[in-house]
Design a binder for this molecule. Sequence first.
Ligand code: ADP
Length: 622
Amino acid sequence: MKSFLEQNVSPESLITLFSQAPVAMCLLIGDDLIIQNANPQILELWGRDLSVIGKPLFEALPEVKSQGFVEIFDNVYRKGEVFNGNKLSIFLEKFGNFEEHFFDFIYSPVYNDVKKIIGVSVVATEVTNQVISERKLKESEYRFEDLIKNSDYSTAIYRSDELYIELANDLMLKTWGKDASVIGLKLEDALPELEGQPFIGILKDIFKTGETYTATEDRVDLVVDGKLQTYYFNFSYKPLKNANGEVYAIHNMAVDVTDLVIAREEIQKREERFRDLADLMPQFVWTCDKDGKMTYMNENWYRYTGFDKNEDPADGVKRIIKPEVYEQVEVVWEESLKTGNSFEMEYQFLDPDNPNVYRWFLGRAAPAFDENGDIKQWIGTFTDIDDFKQLQTQKDNFLGIASHELKTPLTSLKIYTQFIEKNLVKKDDLKNAEVARKMDGQIDLLTILISDLLDVTKIQNGKIQLNESEFDFDQLTEEIVAEQQMTSRHKIILHPSIIGTVYADRHRISQVMSNLISNAIKYSPDADQVIVSTEVKDNKVTFTVKDFGIGIPSDKHKKVFEQYYRVSGSKEHTFPGLGLGLYISSEIIRRSGGRIYVSSIEEKGSDFCFEIPKSKNVQQNA
Ligand code: ADP
């Protein structure tokens, strides 16, 4: 019985079908697999032309012989087994290039009328492009997986809207406080603590909206090490979409910023505490950055000035500071900013309650440093010292008047005492004459104390005047040493240089010399000598008094020249004084264009020196 095809379809039609079919086909006949028929598609696929027809297959395509096809064809041809090849790789020599191609094949035995195999039919489809793109996809999947595994961020992929954990790198597992066993689980089962937190809902929504979700410093509570703990993350949920634009998974990336958030909260709390404290202070407290830009003023400032909190506080300061001193303050402040040294200055601010009235304030500022020792900011205060200033003025006025009033009777007292002493000497009453002489000495001491008080008030009022003229410095030194020697049991040793004439206020310089020598004697009760020396160099005259007494602690070396600074503690009563001598001396030397200083070691002794220009002209020209 003939088949329907044989009965009804002409061989020409079958050949047409064969040659026009959109798949590659050929017919191989006999033991040598002679290419009987090959349609244009297979010729193109092989990269050959019609000349291969009639040739054995492995002669037409010698390159395939060594690629396992001999056996395959053998199986089909000899045993009648149909061979289905799926995405088989074949290296073909096409147009001179040896290239890998992929094919889906069907090799079937061809039978004759008596069911004997006479050849093999080949139907092939080239799938090279498909294989290459599948390969690329796989590669990119591997790369993606690799990227996630090695990412510096906690990363996970959730598949489908059931949120199966498809991937989670080690960092993410650590973040969750879980191990790799959660991979493959639903997120809500892997992290049951997420219930009641918004994240599962947000993730599921993304499957509907297709929109990326990002969060900054968001709080997440996770069970880590067996207990529920609070963390903060910067994270993103990014939808992964297929070719149709449908979300098939979500890519989750997270960075743990818990330490940062906690540190910032701590700083904020500390700042709040500092502000509360600063706002409660009766002073005006402020801060500014390292470049001097004001960053904060406390409440009290705004209460006092009534200024707007939104304006730059520095503008407010400029508005109420006494205009005459503003520039001066600026200069000192700039210097502090440049050097990093503390700032301290007294100046006046307008009194908001009394127009045109200024009040005295003490402005202070100190730098605050960061961990590298660089200035981080400045912290400053303005303290109202007006009442104190007024009291000080009253006290200075009183001292001025009192010392002036005391001086006149004291001068008379001195004259009377000297008169009595002379009379007693005349009457040969030497015992009482000695008492009168001692009285005279005490009156001298009292006169010095009162003159000191008077000098201080003069300095305070800017009324101390220098009467400068040329005088013999060496002669003055000798005079003062001799004068001091008369009333001292210490040996005053003089090591003079030849100085010659000096242009200065002779009387005031003698006052400084006396003060330094009498101090040296007073503060070295256990020693028996003080050494006075003079020197001249480059128009500079130096006068030094060395003692071997109680000395001065190094942190007090500058302080001794301040008004009213006195030896403290138990020594206060051992060494009487007003704490004015060095203050007056330093003012005199400063006004004379020189400087006064001390080098001293506690319990060893002190060297007090002053230095003044020998002649004014040379100094000015220098
Ligand atoms: P006073 O001697 O009246 O206290 P001064 O102004 O002369 O005032 O000195 C101020 C302080 O400086 C003294 O109280 C003392 O502590 C210290 N001082 C001054 N001279 C010496 C010295 N030669 N040795 C040690 N301390 C001194």
